[in-house]
Write a protein that binds this ligand. Structure first.
Ligand code: MN
Ligand code: MN
Length: 461
C-alpha cells in the first residue's frame, strides 16, 4: 500500500460537521433549533423548564406517574419532582431486568437569587440584594437588563408565580462604575472587580407620596403587593431568580449559531426531552429521561441528581414488573448529557487543540471530566466509549471527543459520577459552548441537532 492508502486506513481525520452532514438534514436541523429556542424562551428557570417540559410531554401523550400505576409496554409517563426536576419514561418491550437506557441533563443555570431579606433603600434608590447561584463571573452580570422569575410561597400554603420584566415590562439592572471614576476598580482582578455584595438590583427611584421614611422602598413594595399580593416578610419563603432579560437569538451573519442564556444545560436537557417525546416506535429497553435541578451547586438536595427521587422512580417502575431495582441499574446505561467548553480561538491558551471540542464538529463525548488529575470524574470505561462510538456511527450522529481544557487549566463536573455511583454505566456527552456560564452563551446549531440525534440513538439502543 502507498502512504496515501495507509493514511486513510490508520489515521484519524477530523472533519467539519457541515462537510459530513447529509444536505437533506439541514431542514430538520433548523426546525429542531427553532423548537429549542422556543423552549429556552419559555424556560428561564428550572421551574419554568419543568412546566414547559410537562406541557410538551402531555402533548405527546405522556401521563403523570402515580405509584402503583399499572404500566405496560409503550406507556409514557412523567414524574414532576417538586416542580423543579422532571423524570420521564417510555416503557420498553424488554423487561427492566435487562436495564434501561437513561439520559440525564440539568435544567438549572447560573443566576442571581434574591436573598431572604432583599429589599432596601439607599439614598432614595430601591434595591434588591442577591446571592449568586452557581459559578458566575460577577463582572458579566452588571449593566445588562435582567428579569426576575420565580415563586413566593405564602404562609396560607398558596404560592404566587412571579415574572417581572418579561416582554415589554420594565427591566431590572445592576450598575457598574463609570470609567471616569473607575481607576481604582480597574486595578483589581476580574474576580474582584465586582464583589458579591455589589450584585444589587436597582428596582425603583420614585418615592411614595407622604412623610414616611424609605418612601422609594415603600413604593416598590406597594407595587409588588398590588400586583402579586405578597408583603416584605414573604420574601423569606420565596425563590426569585434574576436572569438575563433577553430571548434566544441566532448568532452570526450565517445564523449558524444560537446565543442565549441557559444553554448550560438546557441545550442537552431539551435534546434529551425532545428525543424521548419524538420516539416513534416503542423502544427495546425502557427509555428514561432525567432533567435535574441543582447541578450548578453540586447536584445536592431533593431535586438534584443525588436525590432519592430518581432511585424511587426507578424502583417504582421496576416494581411494576417485579424486578429488583438493583438488577435494572447494573444493566442500565446513562448518557450524562451536559455541555462542554468549545475551543475558543480568542482564548487559545487554555485549550489543548488535539483534544478540545470545536463548534460544528458535533456532540462532544467526554470520557472524563473533573479537575486536578480527573478529580470528581466518573471516567467511563474504554468499553463504554466504544459502545457509544458504535451507536452514534450507526445512527448518523456527528460526534467528536471533548476535553474541557488544558490539563490543570481548571476543570468541571457533571452529574455523571452520581449516576455511575449507582452502578449505572455512565458516559458524558454534550454540546460544546462558547462563553459557558455567561449571561449570553453561544452554541452551534449543528451540534445542538446532533446531540438530539445522539439522545435518540441512546433510547433506541
Ligand atoms: Mn452543566
Ligand atoms: Mn454549568
Amino acid at each position: 500500500m502507498e502512504a496515501k492508502e495507509w493514511k486513510e486506513k490508520v489515521l484519524q481525520e477530523k472533519k467539519n460537521g457541515y462537510d459530513r452532514m447529509p444536505a437533506g438534514e439541514r431542514e430538520a436541523m433548523d426546525r429542531y433549533c427553532a423548537g429549542y429556542k422556543a423552549f429556552l424562551n419559555a424556560g428561564k428557570t428550572e421551574r419554568e423548564c419543568v412546566r414547559e417540559g410537562i406541557r410538551l410531554a402531555e402533548e405527546k401523550g405522556f401521563r403523570p406517574y402515580a405509584r402503583g400505576m399499572e404500566l405496560k409496554t409503550g406507556d409514557k409517563v412523567y414524574l414532576d419532582n417538586r416542580g423543579k426536576m422532571l423524570l420521564l419514561a417510555v416503557i420498553g418491550e424488554k423487561s427492566l431486568a435487562e436495564g434501561a437506557q437513561i439520559t440525564a441533563a440539568h435544567i438549572d443555570s447560573p443566576r442571581l437569587d434574591l436573598k431572604p431579606s432583599p429589599l432596601y433603600e439607599k439614598n432614595e434608590l430601591a434595591y434588591l440584594k442577591t446571592h449568586y447561584y452557581g459559578g458566575i463571573r460577577k463582572y458579566q452580570w452588571v449593566t445588562i437588563p435582567l428579569e426576575l422569575h420565580g415563586v413566593v410561597a405564602l404562609k396560607d400554603g398558596s404560592a404566587v408565580t412571579v415574572t417581572i420584566g418579561a416582554g415589554d415590562e420594565p427591566k431590572l439592572v445592576i450598575n457598574d462604575l463609570l470609567p471616569h471614576l473607575g481607576a481604582e476598580q480597574s486595578k483589581k482582578t476580574l474576580a474582584e472587580g465586582i464583589a458579591g455584595e455589589q450584585l444589587n438590583l436597582l428596582v425603583g427611584s420614585e418615592p411614595l407620596e407622604g412623610e414616611e421614611k424609605d418612601r422609594v422602598k415603600l413604593a416598590v413594595m406597594k407595587r409588588l403587593y398590588e400586583k402579586y399580593g405578597f408583603t416584605e416578610e414573604d420574601f423569606i419563603s420565596a425563590e426569585l431568580e434574576a436572569v438575563p432579560a433577553a430571548n434566544a437569538v441566532d448568532v452570526g451573519l450565517d445564523a449558524s449559531m444560537i446565543g442565549a442564556y441557559g444553554h448550560d444545560d438546557r441545550v442537552c436537557g431539551y435534546a434529551a426531552l425532545k428525543a424521548l417525546l419524538d420516539l416513534e416506535e416503542v423502544p427495546g429497553k425502557t427509555a428514561v429521561c432525567v432533567l435535574a435541578d441543582k447541578e450548578e451547586i453540586g447536584s445536592v438536595g431533593v431535586s438534584g441528581m443525588l436525590t432519592a427521587a430518581f432511585d424511587t422512580f426507578m424502583e417504582d417502575l421496576c416494581e411494576s414488573q417485579g424486578v429488583p431495582v438493583r438488577v435494572c441499574l447494573e444493566r442500565s446505561f446513562c448518557l450524562s448529557a451536559d455541555v462542554t467548553a468549545a475551543y475558543d480561538p480568542n482564548f487559545a491558551d487554555v485549550y489543548e487543540e488535539r483534544n478540545a471540542s470545536f463548534l460544528n464538529y458535533g456532540v462532544g463525548l467526554c470520557k472524563y471530566t473533573g479537575s486536578r488529575g480527573k478529580g470528581g470524574a466518573s471516567d467511563a470505561s474504554a468499553e463504554l466509549v466504544a459502545y457509544i462510538r458504535r451507536i452514534f456511527d450507526d445512527n448518523g450522529v456527528i460526534w467528536q471527543m471533548a476535553e474541557l481544557g488544558k490539563v490543570d487549566a481548571g476543570g468541571g463536573g457533571t452529574v455523571a459520577c452520581y449516576m455511575a455511583n449507582r452502578n449505572i454505566d455512565t458516559l458524558d456527552a454534550g454540546v460544546p459552548v462558547l462563553a459557558m456560564h455567561a449571561p449570553f452563551e453561544v452554541v452551534a446549531k449543528l451540534d445542538c441537532y446532533m446531540t438530539y440525534k445522539g439522545m435518540a440513538a441512546v433510547y433506541k439502543n
